[in-house]
Write a protein that binds this ligand. Structure first.
Ligand code: HDD
Length: 706
């Protein structure tokens, strides 16, 4: 039997050619010449050296350009075709390479090769994204974040195409186009971009009670993460793991960030979008380039069919989660992102995730959302990447041996070699790849059911988990949810949609409904929406659902923005710097201009940002280290006043010197300073300040703000 590997081994090693920075294998039949010259010489696509890349070929120096100009025509032709369709959803995204490291052998649960050997490292590519916005939209939209992981296992590519929220808006894939149409820019006017705060979205949602649980999540701080590095990921659906004996276990996938979860507040998100629309992608790029490799732990919630039967919801319903208090999350490995892409388009844009990409030992369940996705992803890649051979693009190709008789089509890079391209065949050793007992087998689930278009009765409880999510939040987080719903609904033109949403909220939490109604000026409280099932009041809060109840208590991976001017105190700055760096965080200097700034002892430091380019929304905490003269000068600069005022309004920890009080007074803060503001007199309270920064925000302040 000829296996793919033995067959490849017999072949001469494929020639390698360098193309830009990448080493690519020559397509079959291709042999490269010895390098005639070095690759610093510009060539056409055909490899013809170019002598002049500045001027087109003309008749005379001022005459018309000649059709004959092969160099210019090829260059412009290629430029004209640079764009491919952006993803219909999740268009704006950012990816990085890394690896997954397995903690332990899980062969009792799954035969998936990736889980057979402790310590094994599997190459991975991850793409984070927003859902609604176009490719060029902003990073801090209020939105779900995609969390798509491609694992290049030794038995094929396994894609876990998840989100940073463990549930979804709808139960059946049939409704996905409607959901997405409703949230995207309205079709007649082409706006709003990357926003759910408009009539069409809320109209649709208000008519879909099944969306209420997910709605609570997207109106929570989960939808405005501080960084991709500080958010959880979820496979969302219930999947199966199947062991070598064919035993199936249900599983939910969780990615837990090593640096803990953290989000921003809405007013901050809006300002970040103006200050730095690329905030999330830069954060990921910079962290990896600095060697601060982001890391997540993969956790499994495992349960069998009998256990699933005992839940009062259906595990096939993607609008429900399995509370971690019911089924704990078992850590089984870690995902580390340690390499940025060489080329954004080639890798991040062309990567093609498909939920259908699973490997032996993993299988689907009958979740109708997942079943529909299994069609959609493959289909969309063909449209987006132009043909069925998108797996030939290096980022999508498996890193294990592969062999099949699929051939031809646009851009075929590796057709089967030799005479045989069919199976069965009687060519013996030369007959190409054959099936194997080790191959993928579907779990032999027994099915005997009538064909019908129905929604299972077991999917009917739309409010109980929405309520459970809400009551699991801290008071601060509940306040943010109420604010978010009130803000979004305030952007609508149609009053009846607002009222309809309030009627749903009454089924979730009366207090929430009243706060929102009050915030919107709804005079007459509607009746609660008709509910297919009454909301369960007995579900206990699940602390795992709150960000703030799971505070990481560390400033690691965060940023301190320090406002300085001429004459700023060098001792305090140096202490802050060394303490912040010892905490694994970064210090960024902001001043009235970039470049060298002389401190009180005559030494100089380099400011990273001019104050209007480095507003405090870009940092997790701030220090205002000004001398009296510096304070007076900064008090005159509107961007410096915003720096301090926003940091205060966004509940950030603030360190300040006596000299800075001029600036603080100018924005009316002198009376309001609280325990979240630390006055620096000497090095020791600079240390204390860095210690309290580990609490990330001083939320108590928020209650006192108007
Ligand atoms: Fe989807 C992209 C996540 C439901 C159809 N989806 C896409 C991406 C993520 C998700 C992370 C971006 C992948 C990347 O970075 O390239 N989608 C989800 C989750 C869902 C979900 C967690 C629910 C649990 N999606 C869903 C449904 C359908 C789709 C029900 C269609 C019936 N999704 C798509 C798509 C996209 C996509 C149209 C657009 C681009 C792409 O696939 O590659 O096929």
């Amino acid at each position: 039997m000829a296996s793919a590997t033995t067959k490849t081994a017999k072949k001469p090693k494929p020639a390698k050619a360098t193309f830009h920075d990448e080493t690519v294998e020559q397509p079959s039949g291709g042999e490269t010449h010895q390098k005639a010259s070095d690759d610093t010489i510009m060539t056409t696509q055909q490899g013809v050296p170019v002598s002049d890349d500045q001027n087109s070929l003309k008749a005379g120096s001022r005459g018309p350009t000649l059709m004959e100009d092969i160099v210019m025509r090829e260059k412009i032709f290629h430029f004209d075709h640079e764009r491919i369709p952006e993803r219909v959803v999740h268009a704006r995204g950012y990816g990085a390479h890394g690896y997954f490291e397995t903690y332990e052998n899980l062969s009792d649960i799954t035969s998936a090769d990736i889980f057979q050997r402790a310590g094994e490292k599997t190459p991975a590519f991850v793409r984070f994204s927003t859902v609604a916005g176009s490719k060029g939209s902003v990073d801090l939209a209020r939105d779900v974040r995609g969390f798509a992981v491609k694992l290049y296992t030794k038995e094929g590519n396994w894609d876990i195409v998840g989100n940073n929220i463990p549930v979804f808006f709808i139960q059946d894939a049939m409704k996905f186009p409607d959901l997405i149409h409703s949230v995207k820019p309205e079709p007649d006017r082409g706006f709003p971009q990357a926003q759910s705060a408009h009539d069409n979205f809320w109209d649709f949602i208000s008519l879909m009670p099944e969306a209420m649980h997910m709605l609570m999540w997207v109106m929570s701080d989960r939808a405005i993460p501080r960084s991709f590095r500080f958010m959880e990921g979820f496979g969302v659906h219930t999947f199966r793991l199947v062991n070598a004996k064919g035993k199936s276990t249900f599983v939910k996938f969780h990615w837990k960030p090593k640096l803990g979860m953290q989000s921003v507040v809405w007013n901050e998100a809006v300002k970040i979008n103006g200050a730095d629309p690329d905030f999330h992608r830069k954060d990921l790029w910079n962290a990896i380039e600095a060697g601060e490799y982001p890391e997540w732990e993969l956790g499994l919630q495992l349960f069998d069919e009998d256990f699933a039967e005992k839940f009062d919801f259906d595990v096939l319903d993607a609008t429900k989660l399995v509370p971690e208090e019911l089924v704990p999350v078992r850590p089984v490995g870690r995902l580390v992102l340690d390499r940025v892409v060489d080329n954004f388009f080639a890798e991040t844009e062309q990567v093609a995730f498909c939920t259908q990409n699973i490997v032996p030992g993993v299988d689907f369940t009958d979740d109708p959302l997942l079943q529909g996705r299994n069609f959609s992803y493959l289909d969309t890649q063909i449209k987006r990447l132009g043909g069925p051979n998108f797996t030939h693009i290096p980022i999508n190709a498996p890193k294990c041996p592969f062999a099949h008789f699929q051939q031809d089509g646009h851009m075929a890079m590796h057709n089967p070699k030799g005479r045989v391209n069919y199976e069965p065949n009687s060519w013996g050793e030369d007959g190409g790849p054959r099936e194997s007992d080790k191959g993928f087998k579907s779990y032999p689930e027994e099915l005997d059911a009538p064909k019908q278009r129905v929604r299972s009765e077991t999917f009917a409880d739309h409010y109980s988990q929405a309520r459970q999510f809400y009551i699991s939040q801290t008071e601060t987080e509940q306040g943010h949810i109420a604010d978010a719903i009130t803000f979004e609904l305030s952007m609508l033109e149609r009053e009846e949609i607002r009222v309809r949403i309030v009627s749903h909220l009454l089924n979730i939490d009366e207090g929430l409904a009243e706060t929102v109604a009050d915030g919107l000026g709804v005079r007459k409280m509607p009746k609660p929406a008709d509910a297919a099932r009454p909301t369960r009041q007995d579900l206990k809060p699940s602390p795992a659902l709150s960000i703030l109840k799971n505070s990481p208590e560390t400033f690691e991976g965060r940023k301190l923005g320090v406002l300085i001017a001429e004459d700023s105190p060098s001792i305090l700055l140096n202490t802050l710097k060394s303490e912040i760096e010892a905490a694994g965080a970064e210090i960024i200097l902001v001043s009235k201009r970039v470049g060298e700034i002389e401190l009180d002892n005559g030494t100089t430091v380099t400011a990273d940002f001019k104050v209007d380019g480095g507003p405090s929304v870009l940092f997790d905490a701030v220090a205002i280290l000004l001398s009296e003269a510096g304070g007076k000068a900064m008090a005159q600069i509107p961007a410096a006043r915003d720096f301090a005022g926003d940091a205060f309004a966004h509940s950030k920890f603030i360190a300040y010197t006596e000299g800075s009080t001029v600036l603080l007074r100018k924005i009316g803060l002198s009376e309001e300073l609280d325990e979240g503001c630390v006055k620096l007199g000497d090095a020791s309270n600079a240390k204390d300040f860095v210690r309290i920064c580990a609490r990330l925000r001083h939320w108590a302040r928020e209650k006192k703000l108007p």
